[in-house]
Write a protein that binds this ligand. Structure first.
Ligand code: BGC
Length: 760
């Protein structure tokens, strides 16, 4: 946690009052009355020695209905009243009541949307690939620092949905296919973000938002046990970690829109899980006035979206919500509850004490620092996976005097297009925005140190690339895949990104970029056919098929590295840094090998009532759980990743503890000749009576070791690691096996342990 000056923008709260007074007549947002009865001097709730709950109660008591309605309805960034033009959404502050603006901003990989001067960090899937919770927490701190500079106080992340489907368009934003990994990554990010005073995180998208097809109409149908064991844990952990806000999803669940579901928002999230913060709608995901309010929605986003934001729609709240309160269809107490829920985490996390910078102070500020770039680089390097390295072709040898670099993503334009995904996760990198480091430039500079020449071809004509590759000591092919919010992928083939430059003005627009077919697989084949030392670098956000895998020597899954693109991959390829990333998602050989085999599962089928439904009938068997249960060999398994050094596991102990817990301990040794990091992964096999998948990840830790060095890793598994959902969390009596190793399919050590009276 770093200290931060109060009121960094130096803005007087009174200034916003003047702005509010000139609001346009077109606005549907009710304005607070220009009353002077309460002033900053008399805002008793500004006394930070009082509890957040007391402060929230005092504030609610001082608010008029108009004040309240205004605080629960967002406005679009083109609205003249919007205090921040780069944000994804805003709630205008209320100076009379000492309430600061709420400025909400996307950030799967950096403070993006339409902000300028922020860092394009590696995306969510890259972050998850690090399996390094300390690093992701530290990343959260740096992200929050950038948020503060840009006048942002609510960071719209982490995304906690699961990669149920390898084709899902937003896999790039999430942490893969395992609930434990997603939970650990999500909690680390939340803790990092919220350790900065005045910045709040957001757990999204609640819940079962695992596909983009029919994204605003589709209903996810799941049984209770699957929901509890596979999809809820990251959200429950977010509540326990003290996340201030939730975002309800576009999709329906059990035929009811997530943002209108009392079962989800009130009964499950608030009452059962004990969440005391607020639920905002996804942008344009609120379709009703009273229904959503009474179901437990606390804030409508983007609310009065105003012109220019493609997915915005006229507010269902604002004046309409006021009328609904006045005619009794929404109880006044519900609106008071919304305000309490919004302000309680604002008080707890210091948002009142640290109002955001606005105007030029935010807009013109440059948030990127050397510290952010160093963090981006660390995440990009630890978030890359060495999938294949035959004959130890990598790291590149100084004896290779001619290297051919091939593929559009290696160029400057290509790097801008291929280093991130598209949609709300995107951080501006075109035009006046900070540039991406192109792989070609970085590779050339580094190769020059060895006196190596680097030639380049864009790969537009595979035969020409083959000619270039033929004369080289090694050929590196960059393959990019465009993944885009709002669209699931048609197949596992890479598609080049194309963006409409005229729409660059407003970033975050999903429709701005497209994936265009072009045969990058043919390109790899042509290069591999011409050069026996071919290395493929993949820049993408979800699994790809690799029809050329046997013909190349090395494959690197670089995911979306963000703007440090060329710097990070160059360092890894030349061995200046070591690979330590592990796959957070299974790579299937082909889509049909996976669990989603019927249209009822994906993309869903239209019901007689006009609602398309996707049924999660594969239940607990997503990702590696499916492949192991069905004995199907994937292309690359979950948890897998190579290193330039080697590791050994030994001395596994599993010791039962009181309350159904257990301590697991294992020694990890670096048996190779280079420094490196290994991820010790502990999986639990349940007794067959439990009806669970063969193995489930329950703990992991990343250890950095010098050559020859050993370290003992200890995991505390609590009772939940052995529990299943049977109407409540239950431990089946029987013999459990704890397996430890470095991927879901390489677990050399095992120990049995009896649970709930069972013995082995
Ligand atoms: C996305 C959210 C995002 C919001 C604001 C929506 O399209 O689903 O993840 O936070 O836009 O940009």
């Amino acid at each position: 946690m770093r200290a931060k000056p109060a009121n960094p923008g130096g803005r007087l709260l009174g200034g916003m009052f003047a702005a509010l007074a000139v609001a346009t007549a077109a606005s549907v947002v009710a304005l607070p009355p220009a009353a002077a009865e309460t002033t900053a001097d008399t805002c008793s709730w500004m006394d930070a020695s009082k509890s957040s709950k007391t402060r929230a109660n005092e504030l609610v008591a001082a608010m008029t209905l108009d004040d309240k309605i205004q605080m629960v309805t967002g406005i679009g960034i083109l609205n003249p009243k919007a205090p921040n033009k780069g944000a994804s959404g805003v709630i205008v502050g209320n100076p009379r009541l000492c309430i600061p603006d709420l400025v909400l901003n996307d950030s799967s990989g950096g403070i993006g949307f339409n902000q300028k001067g922020t860092t394009a960090f590696p995306q969510g899937i890259t972050q998850a690939t690090t399996w390094n919770t300390d690093l992701i927490k530290a990343y959260g701190e740096v992200l929050a620092d950038e948020a503060v500079v840009k006048g942002v106080n609510v960071i719209l992340g982490p995304g906690l949905n699961m990669s149920r489907n390898p084709l899902a368009g937003r896999n790039l934003e999430y942490a893969g296919e395992d609930p434990h990994l997603t939970t650990q990554m999500g909690v680390s990010l939340i803790k990092g973000i919220q350790s900065t005073p005045g910045v709040m995180a957001n757990a999204k998208h609640f819940v079962l938002n695992e596909q983009e097809t029919d994204r605003k109409t589709n209903s996810s149908e799941v049984d209770e046990r699957t929901l509890r064991e596979m999809y809820l844990p990251p959200f429950e952990a977010a509540v326990d970690a003290g996340v201030g806000s939730f975002m309800c999803a576009y999709n329906r669940v059990d035929s009811v829109h997530a943002c209108e579901s009392k079962a989800l928002m009130t009964d499950l999230l608030k009452k059962e899980m004990g969440f005391d913060g607020f639920v905002m709608s996804d942008w344009g995901a609120n379709f009703t006035t009273a229904q959503a309010a009474n179901a437990g929605l606390d804030m409508e986003m983007a609310g009065d979206g105003y012109a220019g934001i493609s997915y915005a729609q006229p507010a269902k709240w604002g004046a309409k919500l006021k009328a609904a309160v006045q005619d009794g269809s929404v109880p006044q107490a519900r609106v008071d509850d919304m305000i309490r829920r919004i302000t309680t985490p604002m008080f707890r996390l210091g948002l009142f004490e640290n109002p955001p910078a606005t105007g030029d102070a935010a807009d013109k500020a440059v948030a990127t620092t050397p510290q952010s770039l160093a963090m981006a680089r660390k995440v990009a390097e630890e978030g890359s996976v060495l999938l294949k390295n035959s004959d130890k072709i990598l790291p590149l040898k100084s004896t290779a005097k001619k290297i051919a670099v091939i593929g559009l993503p290696a160029s400057r334009l290509g790097a801008q297009l291929s280093s991130q995904g598209f949609g709300s996760n995107h951080v501006p990198v075109f035009g006046l925005h900070p540039d991406v480091s192109p792989p070609l430039t970085a590779l050339r500079e580094r190769a020059a140190v060895n006196g190596t020449n680097v030639s380049y071809d864009s790969g537009a004509v595979p035969a020409l690339s083959g000619l270039l590759a033929k004369g080289a000591d090694a050929a590196i092919v960059f393959v990019g895949n465009a993944e885009i919010e709002g669209e699931d992928r048609p197949n596992l083939k890479p598609r080049q990104a194309y963006c409409n430059p005229f729409l660059e003005v407003l970033q975050g627009l999903v429709s701005r970029c497209f994936g265009i077919p072009g045969d990058q697989d043919a390109l790899v084949k042509a290069v591999a056919g011409a050069n026996p030392n071919t290395i493929v670098v993949l820049q993408n956000g979800g699994p790809l098929a690799m029809p050329w895998l046997d013909s190349v020597n090395a494959v690197v899954e670089n995911w979306y590295p963000g703007q440090v693109d060329g710097d990070a991959i160059t360092s890894l390829l030349f061995g200046d840094s070591n690979f330590s990333g592990k796959l957070p998602i299974t790579f299937p050989k082909q889509v049909g090998d996976g669990p989603l085999r019927t249209p009822e599962q994906f993309p869903g089928v239209m019901g007689a009532d006009g609602i398309p439904r996707s049924t999660y009938s594969e239940k607990l068997l997503i990702g590696y759980r499916w492949y192991q249960a069905k004995n199907i060999k994937p292309l690359f398994p979950f948890g897998y990743g190579k290193s330039y050094t080697s590791f050994a596991f030994s001395g596994l102990t599993v010791t039962p503890k009181a309350g159904g817990a257990a301590t697991v301990s294992v020694k990890v040794t670096n048996t190779g000749s280079r420094a490196g990091a290994e991820v010790a992964q502990a999986y639990v096999a349940f007794p067959s009576a439990a009806g669970e998948p063969p193995l489930q990840l329950k703990a992991f830790d990343k250890v950095f070791l010098k050559p020859g060095q050993s370290s003992r890793v200890t995991f505390e598994l609590d009772r939940s690691a052995f529990s299943i959902w049977k109407g409540s969390w239950t431990v089946k009596s029987g013999c459990y096996t704890v397996r430890v190793g470095n991927s879901s399919t390489n677990l050399p050590l095992a120990k049995k342990i009896g649970r709930a009276g069972g013995s082995c």
